[in-house]
Write a protein that binds this ligand. Sequence first.
Ligand code: AR6
Length: 174
Amino acid sequence: MNSKILDKIEIAQGDITRCDADAIVNAANTSLLGGGGVDGAIHRAAGPELLAECRTLGGCPTGEARITGGYHLVARYVIHTVGPVYSAKPKDKTLLTACYRNCLQLAIDNGIASIAFPAISCGVYRYPIKQACKIALDTAIEFMSAKAAIEKVIFMLFSEKNYRVYENYLQSLR
Ligand code: AR6
């Protein structure tokens, strides 16, 4: 494994709304009009201006991503993506991979050097954390191996259990 790529990845535990990356990723739903979990936390921290901008976007299909301002967040941008509701079918992996890829591509398109991801689909949408972690890290590594523009990808896990899953998987790649 290319250690220079792995050095661009950071695993952290905490609240993504406090993260000082250029962009934080929101695990949204197809309406982009807010919800619970990390989506609710991001909208609360960013303020009502975020919802106002989201209303202009007309939603987002599962697997795709959209970008808005960060408003009252430390992060300048929010990249909203819609993960799959876990169904134990092969399309889950295809869609979750697309979420990570599309967020990273939007970051490059907008000159974003650092981006923080939550564990997309691993809450209300019930994606098993070990499978989702492998998809998240493998996709980020593959993407950064092909395109060098992103300097830092942070995976911000809310729970200690999920943090350890990511740490263990990253260690296994070193
Ligand atoms: N910072 C980082 N991670 C968080 C935070 C936070 N502040 N809060 C929760 N998490 P979820 P999903 C973790 O349910 O499964 C919403 O209602 C959480 O522990 O937020 O993609 C949307 O509107 C979990 O590991 O997102 C959709 O309807 C992870 O973030 C639906 O939920 C994702 O959990 C999306 O479901």
